[in-house]
Write a protein of this length. Structure first.
Length: 117
């Protein structure tokens, strides 16, 4: 089972890699912009280590995104969302799953009610 720190490092890595590529920069160029080593960029993108908060601040500034976006999973498709929900539920015991299912049913009913108003 994957732990939350691993999943968080993966999310950060994907966001950094996608942002860097969106800017058309190599890892070497991005490392130079941030003032850190290429090895640090590689480790961050591969999800093998966390960086210091000031590094994440530099990343968000260089990518032109809010700091919180570095840590947030990007919802690009229904399949990605389904996978995230499944991985979240895998870590829960049966009682937690039953409680969350009831909460989700209530939320769904409220959303449907609101859309009919």
């Amino acid at each position: 089972m994957r732990n939350k720190a691993f999943l968080t490092r993966q999310i950060i890595g994907e966001n950094v890699r996608e942002g860097r590529k969106r800017l058309g920069l190599t890892q070497e160029q991005f490392a130079e912009v941030l003032g850190i080593s290429v090895q640090s960029i590689s480790a961050m993108e591969n999800g093998t280590q966390f960086s210091y908060m000031d590094t994440y601040c530099k990343v968000s500034e260089a990518l032109g995104i809010p700091l919180y976006s570095v840590f947030m999973p990007q919802q690009t498709s229904k399949d990605d969302l389904d996978m995230q929900i499944r991985s979240f539920f895998i870590e829960c015991d049966a009682d937690e799953k039953r409680a969350m299912l009831k909460i989700m049913e209530v939320i769904k009913a409220l959303v449907l009610l609101k859309s009919n108003i």
